[in-house]
Design a protein. Sequence first.
Length: 187
Amino acid sequence: MQKSLFLLTLAAISLAAISVVFVACEKNDEHKAPVEAAKEVAPAGHADAQTTAPMSNKRRFKVDKLIRDKVPNYLRNRNVQTNERVMGDDEYLERLQNKLFEEAKEVIDAKNKEELTEELGDVLEVMLAYAKENNISFEDIDKVRIRKKNEYGGFEGKVYNASVELNSDDDYVNYFLSNPDRYPEIK
């Protein structure tokens, strides 16, 4: 009983497959003989089934970002196919900006001191590349950092500012008004 049920099921599947092939052939104006068409969709192990090369076990993922210079060779050494190219200057600057945001987010998401140290190193690497691309040296950056720290202080004091209130004729009013996304006016 089970064997005949299996054969009936197999016959139904084969007929359905042949019907699908006929419909597909008619839609695509392909003129294949019914037997050839049936062989293409016959279930594995069936007498009419053709052996084909196994499907690839490869998977492809979109990366779409600036990567470190040595990463393509590292990946190729691990038998990973890469699809990289060298960017022009304008795109490179844009991708560096994106990379800076990406690495800053990873700093925020770091779970421990080791991850944090690694991500801060990545931020510094991107920052230095961005500075170099804009003809700014690390020494220039550090001079500005020191000047601002001497003039305004650092962040060690952990000071938080919720809002400011100033006279309407103060010069800073225009600064705040010109940056409404960063400093919305409280009415």
